[in-house]
Design a protein around this ligand. Structure first.
Ligand code: ADP
Ligand code: MG
Length: 278
């Protein structure tokens, strides 16, 4: 089996059509500040969906609500039709929702492959004790997880540095390790918070190409927040725009670029790099 086939066999098969993730009428205030005001987004299965907006728009807060780190004051979150608004983050992960954070949370001391393996903790059958005592089920589970970790490393172009400590890698590779670790949790939906943060435009383009491949080749559904608007508009199937806690636009990239309120509130200063009729 090649890397793609190994990962295909490891990941759950998502439905071909329908809604992967929905957040409906989400509101959340921090004291007097309305961080989210009746925000609704829908993420269709097997699509790459972008969430953009200026600093402080509420993007990370919406991610917190979607993955369960914050309870909204109002509204509902559902994963493949199943309500998860009151489900804790750990159980959401088990249901197939995986998230990366704005700042890297990989271990810099551990090797690339060990970081990837750490992402599979709840997928490896048998306990740590089982592994220590060499129980056969645990050994087989770990062997399988190692095989998947190597496949993930290959797909993300970090196989050549599999045994290197993550701290010795450039930032672009560290980002890929983090995405790889998320993949190891066998998600159905991947949430990426600013995957291209700190990367130059070449590294960003490379990363977005890899993210697209995950979507196209593995049927993964991806929702990402990204400051690098050009990459979002070039790569996403659907884009949502938040501003001051409110959703001001939703649609295909072409519609977003042409949207008057978006141009006024936000795109004005980045529009030079985004021709309207591109
Ligand atoms: P974005 O990710 O779009 O930059 P955030 O979701 O981080 O925006 O923040 C939305 C708004 O909520 C901002 O005004 C921010 O200052 C505020 N905010 C975020 N987290 C907290 C918090 N824990 N306590 C108070 N205010 C917060
Ligand atoms: Mg943020």
């Amino acid at each position: 089996m090649n890397a793609l086939e190994i990962l295909e066999a490891y990941l759950p098969t998502p439905p071909e059509t329908g809604t992967a993730l929905s957040a409906e009428h989400i509101s959340l205030a921090f004291g007097g500040l309305q961080a989210l005001d009746d925000v609704s987004i829908t993420v269709p299965t097997r699509q790459l969906v972008g969430l953009i907006g200026p600093n402080g728009a509420g993007k990370s807060t919406l991610f917190d609500v979607i993955n369960g780190l914050r309870m909204p004051d109002g509204g509902e979150v559902a994963l493949f039709g199943q309500p998860i608004t009151r489900t804790n983050p750990w159980d959401r992960a088990k249901l197939g929702l995986s998230r990366t954070f704005q700042s890297n949370r990989v271990s810099l001391e551990l090797s690339v492959l060990d970081n990837l393996l750490a992402g599979a903790h709840h997928k490896i059958p048998g306990s740590l004790l089982g592994t220590l005592f060499g129980l056969p089920g645990a050994r087989a589970g770990e062997r399988r997880a190692r095989q998947v970790a190597r496949a993930v490393a290959e797909l993300l172009d970090i196989a050549d540095v599999g045994d290197e400590p993550v701290g010795s890698l450039d930032f672009g590779r560290q980002r890929r390790v983090e995405i790889g670790r998320s993949l190891m949790s066998a998600p159905r939906v991947l949430l990426l918070d600013e995957p291209a943060a700190g990367l130059d435009s070449t590294e960003s383009a490379h990363l977005f190409a890899l993210i697209r491949r995950l979507e196209a080749d593995l049927g993964l559904t991806v929702l990402l927040v990204e400051h690098y608007v050009k990459a979002v508009l070039e790569n996403c199937d659907l884009v949502y725009v938040l501003n001051e806690g409110r959703l001001i636009a939703a649609g295909a990239p072409d519609d977003i670029v042409a949207h008057p309120e978006v141009r006024a509130a936000y795109l004005g200063n980045v529009i030079e790099e985004v021709p309207v009729d591109a």
